[in-house]
Design a protein around this ligand. Structure first.
Ligand SMILES: Cc1cc2nc3c(=O)[nH]c(=O)nc-3n(C[C@H](O)[C@H](O)[C@H](O)COP(=O)(O)O)c2cc1C
Length: 310
């Protein structure tokens, strides 16, 4: 059996395989477990203009098949990121995708994005638009940021903030070179003994296997409407769950919460994808990107009973 080709290209960047971590789910502290040189890309925690202390504890609560987090984007700010973090991460030799969080403010997104360029050793910026619900605003912030840097701008959209596909189209029209779909889903947990919200931040984001079918649908829907590559994220735990996203139309995948359960999850996913491709006779991972849609369309194009899609 020959080893399948796992490499993919997104926005002119070659990734040795289509697997990265979801922003904020692990950083350098995992280097003891995870061989970073094996990842498709490294996506550190979202960075803000200035240091942010984050939310009071508790910040994470486990839920059925997932977790709710309200970290509050704790990070040391963009100066530290560029001067200290990026130089350390560059030695792994894989593309670094800088997740940028402008705290809901267009000018802040613009200023942070402007700090990144090809000279900084970062391959792409990913705008974490976690509070942008309006497609016009998405379009505006993306087009403004694209004008601030010479490296590709990716856009990460959060589900259930309005129409996912409309925002995906708006981001693409604004110049996004890839879309990361999706993100956590607004959620909360109540402590029935203390009779108060469990999380220090009260409301947080639900993630993990429980959101996977939602993420797969968002990718499926968007892939039919946009041409830019999609990075699928939400509930990926292993090779088969990543394959679902690829078949739905994602070119790459990000593994988030499951890194807390299994620190080697990203590496297991890479191996699982390779195994699936070899077992099923595919020479390259690129062959299966969007294959479920192509199969579905080929079936439905043949005359026969109309399908009830609901
Ligand atoms: C503890 C934690 C922190 C996160 N921090 C960020 C972040 O800083 N920026 C971001 O864009 N997404 C962040 N996310 C979202 C993940 O990158 C991912 O999009 C989401 O968790 C869905 O994937 P999953 O179900 O595999 O966890 C965070 C998720 C978790 C669980």
């Amino acid at each position: 059996m020959t080893t399948p080709d796992l490499s993919v290209e997104i926005a002119g960047i070659t990734f040795q395989n289509p697997v990265m971590q979801g922003a904020g789910t692990f950083g350098e502290e995992y280097a003891d477990f995870v061989d970073f040189t094996k990842l498709g890309a490294i996506v550190p925690k979202s960075v803000t203009e200035h240091p942010r202390p984050g939310n009071p504890p508790p910040r994470i609560v486990e839920t059925p098949a997932g977790m709710v987090n309200a970290i509050g984007v704790e990070n040391p700010g963009v100066d530290w990121y560029l001067n200290e973090l990026v130089p350390r991460l560059r030695r792994y030799g894989v593309p670094i995708i800088a997740s940028v969080y402008g705290e809901g403010d267009l000018d802040s997104y613009r200023r942070i994005t402007g700090r990144f360029s090809s000279r900084t050793g970062v391959a792409a910026v990913e705008l974490d638009l976690k509070f942008f619900s309006n497609p016009d605003e998405v379009n505006k912030v993306v087009s403004v940021c694209v004008g601030e840097t010479d490296i590709p701008v990716f856009v990460k959209l959060t589900p259930f903030l309005g129409d996912n596909v409309e925002r995906a189209i708006a981001a693409e029209a604004g110049g996004a070179r890839a879309l990361t779909l999706g993100n956590t889903i607004r959620a909360m947990v109540i402590d029935i003994e203390k009779r108060r919200p469990r999380l220090g931040g009260v409301v947080g984001g639900l993630s993990g296997p429980c959101i996977r079918p939602i993420g797969v649908k968002i990718v499926w829907d968007a892939a039919a409407e946009v041409r830019v590559p999609i990075i699928g994220v939400g509930g990926i735990t292993d090779g088969p769950s990543a394959i679902e996203y690829l078949l739905a139309g994602a070119t790459a995948v990000a593994v988030g919460s499951y890194n807390f359960v299994n620190p080697w999850a990203t590496l297991d996913v890479i191996e699982g994808i390779s195994h699936y491709l070899a077992e099923n006779g595919f020479a390259s991972v690129r062959e299966i990107v969007g294959l479920a849609r192509r199969n579905f369309e080929a079936e439905t194009a043949t005359p026969g009973e109309p399908r009830d899609l609901v």
